[in-house]
Design a protein around this ligand. Structure first.
Ligand SMILES: Nc1ncnc2c1ncn2[C@@H]1O[C@H](COP(=O)(O)OP(=O)(O)OP(=O)(O)O)[C@@H](O)[C@H]1O
Length: 920
């Protein structure tokens, strides 16, 4: 195999390679190779991938032998629904390797993952292990290698640095033999040198000293430099050079080089980017050496071991305590400390909320102690009017029970003292109904119906006419942003609730739910399974409180239904028919009002094709045909900029005129000009954020820069937090991998991961900076995924923040660190957990996150064009007038650089609209 790859260069010339060989339990060798090709032999695009890799059944008649081998060695499973016992599916809802893979007409380059190989739906099938399988089950292979070796040999393109990193990790877990080289012809390894590399990290006076076997001990000790090591000379360099103090130990070789047989560091004339420093790994079981490493990985400028252990002038006795004090490793009592810290600042009601958040999200081991230690602080407000200890404790428990309930949890499931049963109260009425009937109608909302515009009134009258009628009615309110959907819902909710009836208000996202009185997120409200498929039903039983609530409801509203998969709505329909005992009537004959805008971002289908995304939308549900369409067209938010309203609709509908490249023209007034310099992004930032106004909370929360990807957003947020004035705090996350006793995934590697939806490892905050919440903590009380807040204070284990938008604006909350896992659990070949505050800075956010938010001043940064349906429309429609939008597209610059004839004054950009989801 090596001969074929490296001498015969069958896949092209190899620049570097690494391989590991495992001997599996039954003794057969199993090898993983990772090859890096030389310049012109690199595979850079789908067409080139297709030349060496196939993921299809070959032509049976043309290549009969290869065909047999593919069938014998390269067919996965079958697994999943066909065979739930297959190892990749065992105890999981579907195959962990994602088989069967989707059909694809062409090979597609994925971001940070393997390509999606061409698997055409061309009718070729074969019976394998009793099932008729097609191209979706073929494991990618190289025809030449397969034909030559006649064994399972999976070949894949690994084209992004992240994919390479993961592969390295994967290759080295539990290997029996590993080999790495960057010189294909030279294969010697110096194990002694490798061993001596451990000198990079040692405890005081425990470094390695080399000496001749005949040398006398005294001479060795007295020898100049014996006491010096790479680490101690690093401390010395920090002492001598101011510049050195900003550089981490591991990055030192980039800027300094070891001189005179390694006894001092000298500054390099030019940073050597090719020099990669590393600190030899240390296992947590090694104790102090491990904590020394943690400190060196995060702390710059130490001039001695003692300096490394010093924090705020206090020398900590051990590296462990120093790392703990700096918040670099997790202390045992962080949750208890979070409560104690909050007690100094918060009122009892906020403490109860924090306690509840900890119960639900932080999995405390010792709830009993947490309760006993903080009961006093949590009951101070009740103590004022009541001196009976038991009564006060009951009041605290009741309040915690209510908060838990609004978070969809039951106090009974936590080891807390029991709530006394009360006689003659509404014990038989489910909590869900008590809660809904106790929503107070805001007097302002009660009179909204008088101000409805014509279309809103028509919709309002039609909907009300069906309420309580035996057959109910289904409606879809199609209202582009600003046409008053929410206004209409508020009027409906107030009218129904004012009549003493029940109206259930839900929305797909927490942000949209939180702007409706009594609004809840649809998934937990209707107990919709997280992984939903055709034919699934909701998770509530006929006897449950949820079922009783829905049976009693006169009206159900589900806003942003265009963002949810049709299967979720279909699940509710099926369950409603069941609990209402009306199997033939949609939603069991209830009046259900859906709302949304299909011009906006559609439901997320992981790695989904256009057809799959469209198929997942509500428009493709059979229920769609039963829905009365109610259209709102008058933009009530931007009545003074009719041109902009029209333009937005054309962008959203995909009817705006395009150039030859299929791009639309952006109005010149909103474009940040692209100049030859590289400061476009700074100009965009300056046009949105004036440095002098950054102190004003109103100013800071009325604006945001939107971009397509998290890495661009992080870049802008880091620039902004550096510009922002104020006391600073840096929080590091505690990252871990489940079931990794050998520490194959060291924290330093885990810290570099930034999966979607998770906060960064290093969270740099300043007092009064804007942040956005990344989890639905308590949507009913304004704490949902997407809520914007300002940081008002920080402790070591808790952040004090204030909600700044929506109806809960002004509410102060304490946020604890929460263990978080990536929502996409197939993202890594291991179960990753990050314990961090579930927030990000929000000077900038992704376009998808901004959906549903009104942002008065919007900057849009498009280093590359939008990549999914509705993104451009969502970004542009956050603002209310053209005067408050600025857009920077880097694509335009690249094109202008290539073709000088392109008009410098016009900016075009890509607009992706799946028109089939708007018209059919
Ligand atoms: N009939 C009306 N009379 C007066 N003001 C109205 C009316 N309808 C809507 N508005 C106002 O117009 C603005 C936009 O309305 P609303 O927030 O209900 O729109 P929306 O369609 O829900 O927008 P989005 O989907 O972008 O959040 C609000 O300030 C609202 O108070």
């Amino acid at each position: 195999m090596k001969k074929q790859l490296f001498e015969k260069t069958i896949l092209g010339k190899v620049k570097a390679y690494t391989y590991v060989v495992e001997f599996q339990k039954w003794g057969l060798p199993h090898a993983h190779f990772l090859l890096t090709m030389t310049g012109k032999y690199k595979y850079t695009g789908p067409e080139q991938y297709d030349r060496i890799i196939s993921a299809e059944l070959p032509n049976k008649h043309k290549y009969p032998e290869l065909y047999k081998m593919v069938i014998k060695h390269m067919i996965h499973g079958p697994c999943g629904a066909l065979n739930k016992k297959f190892p990749c599916t065992k105890n999981r809802p579907s195959c962990k390797n994602n088989y069967p893979r989707p059909f694809s007409e062409t090979t597609i380059q994925g971001k940070d993952c393997y390509p999606l190989y061409r698997r055409r739906n061309n009718g070729s099938t074969e019976i394998v292990r009793n099932w008729k399988l097609d191209n979706r089950w073929v494991v990618p292979y190289n025809p030449y290698l397969l034909r030559m070796l006649n064994c399972h040999i999976n070949v894949e393109i690994c084209s992004s640095i992240k994919a390479v990193k993961y592969l390295f990790k994967f290759m080295y877990k539990g290997h029996d033999r590993a080999f790495v080289t960057d010189k294909v012809d030279e294969v010697e390894i110096d194990e002694i040198r490798q061993y001596r590399d451990t000198r990079w990290l040692h405890l005081p006076n425990m470094h390695m000293v080399s000496y001749h076997v005949k040398e006398k001990i005294k001479n060795i000790i007295d020898r100049d430099g014996t006491k010096k090591s790479m680490l101690t000379t690093y401390f010395e360099a920090n002492n001598l050079h101011v510049k050195a103090r900003g550089i981490l130990y591991r990055d030192f070789p980039e800027y300094y080089t070891r001189q005179r047989r390694g006894k001092f560091w000298q500054e390099r004339k030019r940073a050597a980017l090719s020099q990669v420093g590393r600190i030899i790994s240390a296992h947590p079981a090694e104790g102090e050496r491990y904590y020394l490493r943690v400190l060196l990985n995060h702390v710059t400028g130490a001039t001695s071991y003692e300096g490394l252990r010093t924090i705020d002038g206090q020398v900590m006795p051990t590296f462990r305590e120093a790392a703990e004090k700096r918040g670099l490793i997790e202390a045992d009592n962080t949750l208890d400390d979070a409560m104690t810290e909050a007690e100094l600042f918060q009122v009892s009601s906020s403490l109860r909320r924090l306690f509840t958040t900890i119960l639900v999200f932080c999995m405390p081991n010792d709830v009993h102690s947490l309760w006993n230690n903080h009961l006093k602080a949590m009951s101070e407000d009740y103590n004022i009017n009541c001196k009976c200890k038991h009564t006060v404790e009951q009041m605290v428990l009741k309040n915690i029970s209510d908060i838990l309930h609004s978070m969809g949890k039951d106090i009974e499931s936590f080891p807390l003292p029991k709530i006394d049963k009360q006689n003659g109260t509404t014990n038989d009425v489910p909590k869900e109904i008590i809660e809904e009937t106790s929503i107070e109608v805001d007097p302002e909302d009660a009179s909204l119906h008088k101000n409805l515009n014509n279309e809103q009134r028509k919709a309002y009258d039609k909907i009300l006419a069906t309420v309580d009628c035996q057959r109910g009615g289904l409606f879809f309110v199609d209202g582009p942003g600003g046409t008053g959907n929410t206004f209409l819902y508020r009027a409906l909710l107030a009218t129904i609730r004012g009549q003493g009836k029940i109206a259930v208000a839900t929305a797909t996202s927490g942000v949209a739910a939180s702007i409706m009185p009594g609004g809840r997120t649809a998934h937990p409200r209707f107990k919709i399974p997280l992984r939903i498929d055709d034919g699934d039903i909701c998770g509530f039983t006929k006897q449950s409180g949820t079922a009783k609530l829905l049976q009693a409801a006169s009206l159900i509203i589900w806003d942003e239904a265009s963002m949810t998969k049709r299967q979720t709505v279909e699940a509710l329909d099926k369950s409603m028919r069941d609990i209402m005992d009306k199997p033939d009537l949609p939603f069991g004959g209830k009046t259900v009002v859906f709302g949304g805008d299909f011009r906006q971002v559609l439901p997320i289908v992981r790695k989904g094709t256009r057809a799959q995304i469209v198929d997942a939308s509500l428009r493709r549900s059979e229920l769609w045909n039963c829905m009365h369409q109610l259209k709102l067209v008058r933009n009530m938010r931007a009545p003074n900029d009719p041109w902009f309203t029209e333009y937005l609709l054309r962008v959203g509908n995909g009817t705006e005129e395009t150039n030859d490249d299929g791009e639309i023209l952006l109005p010149t007034s909103i474009c940040v000009p692209n100049k030859a310099d590289d400061n476009g992004l700074d100009r965009l930032i300056d046009s949105i954020y004036q440095p002098a106004s950054l102190k004003d909370p109103k100013y800071i929360t009325s604006r945001a820069i939107l971009s397509t990807r998290n890495d661009c957003v992080d870049k802008i947020n880091l620039k902004m937090i550096d510009r922002f004035q104020g006391e600073e705090m840096v929080y590091h996350s505690f990252d871990s991998v489940e079931d990794d006793p050998h520490n194959y995934y060291p924290p330093k590697f885990l810290n570099t991961l930034t999966p979607n939806g998770l906060p960064p490892h290093m969270l740099k905050l300043k007092i009064n900076c804007p942040i956005i919440l990344l989890r639905n903590i308590d949507p009913a009380n304004g704490l949902c995924n997407g809520t914007r807040l300002l940081v008002r204070g920080f402790q070591k284990n808790a952040i004090d923040a204030e909600i700044v938008v929506g109806q809960h604006s002004g509410m102060r909350v304490f946020l604890p660190r929460i263990p978080l896992c990536p929502s996409d659990d197939d993202m890594f070949p291991f179960s990753f957990k990050r314990k961090q505050f579930s927030i990000r800075l929000s000077f900038a956010m992704t376009i998808n996150k901004s959906q549903g938010q009104t942002i008065a001043n919007v900057g849009i940064y498009l280093p590359e064009p939008v990549f999914s349906h509705g993104q451009l429309y969502v970004a542009l429609s956050r603002a209310t007038t053209t005067a408050n939008i600025k857009v920077l597209t880097e694509e335009e610059k690249k094109k202008k650089n290539k073709n000088k004839n392109i008009s410098a004054s016009k900016t075009y950009t890509k607009n992706i609209v799946y028109t089939e989801v708007l018209t059919k």
